[in-house]
Design a binder for this molecule. Structure first.
Ligand code: GKR
Ligand code: MG
Length: 458
């Protein structure tokens, strides 16, 4: 039997529509379409790259630079409703956003399937590189999902505003009113070299790590803790986790060395921390390495490095490489595709947690709506927000942590507003800071010229 051609298969997706030219933004035009249904035609897409302050957080690739980069996406419609999204700010990604943006003009903000197709068509098979964080190998479909995500979030914001409902309702409704986040600890220098110590101070040993945990827990009320490892020899990081266990006897703990260890080292650490960790995150590179460790490790293994796109799920399931996937709407293709990932995890009995990179409040709001609508989210979500909150672009008042959780914003759409003065200031930072892409290794080399990025290192 021959395969049906697209034209005879009623289920085959239609070809993406040709991109249209941007049109003038016309506010408050009455909705109209041939069927009489209201339309929310996209009239303009505005991309604003920004830079905000970031402390010297250490990881397996080096150290965070003084500025973290993001892009703020605003989508305008012919009804005058505007939606917002937040995504990576590295130059390659920004260029891809710029390539795609004009192709979205003319679409209806409800046409998310066609929008995904247009993003794919505009990118023409490009594959991005992971310049925005330690999130593994990126494929062409993964690149489409990374670019599409912020546009999807902005369109969901528009849809919610149009019907007067929060995004969580568009995702199926809230199964929890507030979303728990975990304290995200980092080894860190007291301040960026040549500057005064920052408010967090130094954390380079177990005492510093415990004191950082206390600071974060006192301020935010977090009920679980993640330590970013891969910085010091594994025995030292095991000691830090043990110190956390002593200081916080009932708090779930996680350790994430971002693939800094061989399978052998990973197993040794896993055995040393038997009964101490709720999961061990990305101890070693690649699906095969993780499967080797998972076969003997006493605790579940989690990842945001070896399963980062839909095509990685089947090979990972085949060898039981990971027992927890950290979702992240910024690279899993937005909120609705992250909900698909949750269903896949449910089907294969894989745990679900949530990953984070340096981010501001638009991302936090989107993460919170998604997590609130995801029944099988089994763990408190990661967030870098405390490290960057001082520069948030969101008008204060809606996003706050109570007992480590963020209440789902109740207003329409994402339920938050852009602070335009802050946006202007952060856009100016971007123009003057001299960075266009994250480079933790290059920054580390300025202070330790022989530093090498190695994976695995131990
Ligand atoms: O910000 O240094 C960092 C993190 O290491 C980040 O880049 C990772 O992607 O937080 C992430 C993780 O959980 O691996
Ligand atoms: Mg991780």
């Amino acid at each position: 039997m021959s395969e049906a051609s697209n034209s005879s298969n009623p289920l085959a997706p239609t070809e993406p529509l040709a991109p249209t030219e941007p049109t003038e933004l016309t506010a408050n035009v009455a909705p109209a379409s041939t069927s009489g249904r209201s339309r929310l035609k996209i009239t303009d897409v505005v991309l604003t790259p920004i830079a905000f302050r970031d402390p010297p957080l250490l990881n397996s690739a080096g150290v965070h630079e003084p500025w973290a980069l993001r892009t703020i996406v605003e989508i305008h419609t012919d009804e005058g409703i505007c939606g917002i999204g937040e995504t990576y700010g590295d130059i390659g990604h920004l260029e891809r956003l710029r390539t795609v943006a004009p192709a979205l003009v003319g679409l209806d903000a409800y046409e998310l399937g066609p929008m995904h197709q247009r993003v794919a068509a505009a990118l023409r098979g490009q594959t991005g590189d992971d310049k925005h964080g330690l999130t593994g190998k990126i494929s062409a479909p993964g690149t489409v999902d990374r670019v599409y995500s912020a546009f999807e979030v902005a369109c969901l914001d528009i849809q919610g505003r149009a019907v007067g409902r929060p995004v969580v309702d568009l995702l199926g409704g809230a199964v929890r009113d507030a979303v728990p986040y975990s304290a995200y600890l980092f080894y860190k220098w007291a301040g960026h070299p040549g500057t005064e110590p920052d408010q967090w101070g130094e954390a380079l040993d177990p005492v510093g790590v415990v004191s950082q945990a206390r600071q974060l827990i006192d301020q935010y009320g977090f009920g679980s803790i993640k330590l970013k490892g891969g910085v010091f020899p594994p025995e030292q990081e095991v000691d830090a986790v043990r110190a956390l266990r002593d200081a916080f006897p009932n708090t779930p703990l996680r350790l994430d060395p971002n693939a800094a260890w061989t399978p052998g080292t990973s197993l040794k650490v896993a055995e040393d921390l038997d009964g101490v960790l709720e999961y061990l995150e990305d101890p070693t590179p690649e699906i095969a390495g993780m499967a080797e460790v998972a076969a003997k490790a006493p605790m579940p293994l989690a990842t945001n490095m070896c399963v980062v796109s839909f095509e990685h799920v089947a090979p990972s399931v085949a060898v039981n490489a990971v027992q927890v996937i950290l979702s992240d709407h910024h690279y899993w293709g937005g909120l609705r595709r992250s909900a698909h990932l949750a269903s896949i995890c449910e089907a294969f009995d894989i745990g679900l947690s949530m990953h984070s990179n340096s981010h501001l409040g638009i991302s936090l709001a989107a993460m919170t709506h998604l997590a609130a609508a995801t029944p099988n989210l089994n763990y408190a979500c990661d967030t870098h927000y405390p490290w960057n909150a001082a520069d948030d672009v969101v008008v204060p008042g809606v996003l706050s942590f109570v007992d480590g959780s963020v209440a789902v914003p109740a207003g329409p759409g994402l339920g938050i507003e852009l602070d335009r003065d802050v946006l202007g200031r952060l856009a100016e930072n971007y123009r003057t800071c001299g960075l266009v892409q994250r480079d933790d290794t290059g920054y580390m080399r300025k202070f330790e010229p022989t530093y090498e990025r190695k994976r695995p290192r131990w």
